[in-house]
Ligand binder design. Structure first.
Ligand code: G6P
Length: 613
């Protein structure tokens, strides 16, 4: 989704901004732009639809003014108005004085636009963002308010979510950044400032970060800055955090795509999510310690999330109900936030989010907080909004995930949910010490991740056979039904092939009508209590001539006879089976997309971090 990077300092702005935009590409976008200002207040705006590379080429051709002392840049993921050059950011007010980049949505843009039009303000674009910059310009030009007051006055009149950075031609030495609902980070170095919608464009320049809170603005003037409230003209404390980061997270290394790299990283990321959190027969989740007695006593757990994280939530439900015997309700965050809810002050609400910034999940958590529930965040990004809005939480610790299709975050989320379920079971005396010890012995299962990755070529060959199919069914039961959903989602996201995940038996109630000789059906078949049942489901498809691809830990001949393609993964326990099967499905989707020559890391229309409703 939209990305922001801004710089104020003595270095040449353009390379910093263009490289920053490249770091933000992973979020998904359709146009990009940059505005820089010289010491004399000359503002140059350059925008292009398409990729950052196109913007960079234009800038290289027309020269990048080295004398600029500040700049703002943006990748836009269209919401209001088509993805074209005019609608791309930065937007500038009609007197070409105020220039701004914006993430989020101004919900009441229409009445404000009407008001401004009644004052003869002329608009160029179809965007809600232009309304905001024109409103700031309107207040500023009236002459009674200074730059900061004009920004504040405009922000006090808009509804919706925003993260903005603003420059003013009359005050080239100033820059204002503000947020409500959409994240924004300020990086501070000696005499220079960086702003980013996340830390990716900042962190290679400085590790001193302030995460702006909702309704805060950073007012930068010359070499100084203040954190202020948007609601009132008051200064607030500066809470600077030192962020650790690994440079390799932003480097593809030997891989062509980040998604491929991230699939392979699971050898380490799954263990990172577990290491230090277990003893021989105990789980230690320090992030939950303060609230554990309430969590343990709760008899109602809700899980809320979006996309892949929602699938992890379904696995979490199965594990928590299986081990701890507490009922769990899983709901899409976009539904949770508006549905009538049974959440109360005895409930636990778990929000799962890789980015920690998904707007619907954040809203769901705020609602749960309002109802007095204990809120837990399972997030990957430290300092993210969801990690800060929840009472307590556990980080997935898998490093920056850049591929839009989530991979390593999903398997880490499952690991955390597994640990959580076991800890809860143990606290509630629902599991024996010996069973805990057996579950917490990850030594051999982690090695199996590596052996699945070694099957890559075999999976690739099978994937390429099916790359021209137009529809897929993914079928699994129990814990592997969410795995089927996730496999189907991966394929849809990066290969644009229609795919549906279904509980294997439920397939009879509708989807079976789709089956013909061209349709691939991916079955996830662990050798467990559902094994015989699922074999019957395979027979049902086979007898209708559907193509059968089986992922299993069984070597029985019947599967060889039934399958057109068979992928055998190592034997392990229930939980680890679904992790291993997921990795197979990630590689399967990846190679289909590569076979179709698609941009795996930046699939069309998708955004990595969905910060609007
Ligand atoms: C977007 C991403 C998905 C992700 C979902 C939820 O749709 O493309 O990969 O699963 O958002 O994101 P979150 O960061 O909350 O896990």
């Amino acid at each position: 989704m939209c990305g922001i990077v801004a710089y104020k300092g003595q270095k040449n702005c353009y390379p910093i901004l263009i490289n920053g935009l490249k770091k933000l590409e992973y979020r998904g976008y359709d146009s990009a732009g940059v505005a820089c200002i010289t010491e004399q207040g000359k503002i140059t705006v350059t925008k292009r639809s398409g990729k950052v590379k196109q913007l960079e080429d234009v800038l290289k051709k027309h020269g990048m003014n080295k004398k600029c002392i500040g700049g703002i840049a943006h990748t836009r993921w269209a919401t209001h108005g088509r993805p074209n050059q005019i609608n791309a950011h930065p937007h500038i007010d009609e007197s070409a004085t105020i220039v701004l980049v914006h993430n989020g949505i101004i919900e009441n843009y229409d009445p404000i636009k009407k008001f401004l039009k009644s004052k003869k303000v002329k608009f160029k674009s179809e965007t809600d963002t232009e309304v905001l910059v024109q409103l700031i310009g309107y207040f500023y030009k009236k002459g009674k308010l200074n730059f900061e007051q004009s920004v504040r006055a405009a922000l006090q009149r808009v509804d919706g979510a925003y993260a903005i950075v603003v420059l003013n031609k009359d005050e080239p030495d100033s820059m204002i950044a503000a947020r409500k609902g959409s994240p924004l980070a300020l990086g501070i170095n000696e005499k220079e400032f960086f702003v980013g919608s996340d830390i990716s464009p900042i962190i290679s320049h400085t590790q001193q970060i302030i995460y702006l809170e909702d309704s805060q603005m950073a007012v930068i003037k010359n070499d100084n800055y203040e954190i202020k409230s948007i609601d009132k003209d008051i200064s607030l404390p500066k809470i600077v955090e030192k962020i650790d980061y690994k440079i390799d997270d932003y480097d593809k290394g030997k891989f062509k795509f980040f998604m491929h790299k991230e699939i392979h990283e699971q050898v380490d990321t799954i263990s990172n999510s577990i290491i230090g959190r277990t003893t021989e027969h105990n789980v230690i989740l320090n992030g939950l310690l303060e609230y554990w007695s309430q969590i343990e006593a709760s008899d109602k757990i809700f899980i809320t999330a979006c996309g892949t994280s929602w699938h992890a939530g379904l696995i979490g439900k199965n594990l928590i109900e299986r081990f701890a015997k507490v009922p769990v309700h899983v709901e899409y965050a976009s539904e949770f936030r508006y549905n009538r809810t049974l959440v109360d002050n005895k409930s636990v609400v778990i929000a799962i989010s890789q980015s920690g910034e998904t707007a619907d999940t954040l809203a769901a958590i705020k609602k749960a907080n309002d109802y007095g529930a204990i809120t837990i965040g399972i997030c990957n990004v430290a300092g993210s909004s969801i990690s800060r809005e929840t009472d307590c939480g556990v980080f997935t610790r898998c490093g920056h995930e850049i591929g839009v299709a989530s991979t390593k975050a999903f398997t880490a989320q499952i690991s955390i949910l597994y640990l959580f379920a076991l800890k809860l079971a143990s606290s509630r005396k629902q599991i024996s010490k010996s069973a805990m010890t057996a579950h917490l012995d990850f030594s051999s299962s982690l090695r199996k991740v590596r052996s699945v990755l070694r099957k890559e070529n075999e999976i690739k060959k099978i994937a390429l056979k099916y790359k021209n199919a137009s529809d897929f069914l993914y079928l699994g039961r129990g814990l592997n039904f969410p795995v089927a959903l996730e496999g189907a989602l991966k394929l849809k996201e990066i290969s644009y092939i229609h795919a549906e995940g279904y509980p294997a038996a439920e397939m009879k109630h509708g989807p079976i009508a789709l089956v013909d000789k061209n349709m691939p059906n991916v079955f996830i078949v662990p050798k467990d209590m559902t094994y015989e049942k699922i074999i019957s489901n395979i027979e049902e498809i086979r007898s209708r001539k559907g193509k059968i691809i089986i992922i299993t830990d069984s070597k029985e001949k019947i599967l060889k006879d039934l399958a057109h393609d068979l992928i055998i993964i190592p034997k392990t326990n229930h939980y680890m089976f679904c992790v291993l099967a997921t990795i197979v499905l990630q590689l399967f989707a990846y190679y289909i997309a590569v076979g179709k020559k698609l941009n795996v890391d930046q699939p069309r229309n998708l955004a990595k971090s969905v910060t609007v409703e």
